[in-house]
Design a protein around this ligand. Sequence first.
Ligand code: PEP
Ligand code: MG
Length: 324
Amino acid sequence: YQATIMRSCHLPAETIDGYRVQVLANIELFEEVVAVNDNGGEGIGLFRSEYSYLNRNGMPSEEELTEIYMDMASLVAPKKLVIRTLDVGADKLMRMQSSAEANPALGLRAIRYCLKHREVFRTQLRAILKASVLGNVSIMFPMISGLQELVEVKKFYREVQEEMHSEGVCFREDMPMGIMIEVPSAVITADFLAREVDFFSIGTNDLIQYSLGIDRTNKDVSYLYQPLHPAIVRSIKWVVDSAHRAGIEVCLCGELAADPFCIPVLMGMQVDSISLGPQAIPGIKRIVRQASMEECNALLKQVMASHSVARNNKLVREMIFRRF
Ligand code: PEP
Ligand code: MG
């Protein structure tokens, strides 16, 4: 059975009635690119850039980061590589960071940390911009909570670009720029945010944590982690529709993308791409290839009309067990 799945993993994820979703990978390390290719990944939808900052004294230099991003961009080319800027804080602590915050998940993390520590941010932005001349690189900002914060990020990003311009350093002016949608306020204002960026990527790990109010690292409340909670389903649908109305693409890069039961619902919503751990790619591609858009649409309709997680779980299970 495993051999059958692996044999077909290099085929596109296309439903029997011809609807295609791009299947990308989430990685943290350069070394994982091999596994992405072996498992039929069509690019890197999320490169978590934290690794270079963790378990060390001091910050990585611009040269060090540029080398990593350039190596990665050339290795992944011509496929897409989405580099997410530093997402530290909460469950991803750096050595020099204090963990004394009473609520780290609600504290100085990700883009908030970068906006406070501009030199750290500048160094990473410059390295990503330098790597943009190679391959097919996109930049993505995590934890954006609203329009004002995004405007602030874009302003600083432009300043860094102008600075590089005046130094005569090359970079790709039109490198796609996107944001992660993983805070409820970003969901609710997705229509405004969509006009300001080239793409969205929905981070359901955080979005579920913040929407349902459950700490993703706390085992005592993990039973409340419900990807098919009506609030989550509605949130994702609204974000996808807002993106499409603004003419931009939307990816889903949380663990939900690796959940076989959730895939038909995401297909029904017409997400443009999903990004997941490399090992989960072959199985998910297989599910897409055996499904039809017609039944995904019918399923989505039922799920959108339902007010109960239990009913949603039952609906998606019935669909999968009927088919597979
Ligand atoms: C997410 O929040 O869904 C996500 C993909 O980012 P991370 O898990 O790195 O926070
Ligand atoms: Mg996240």
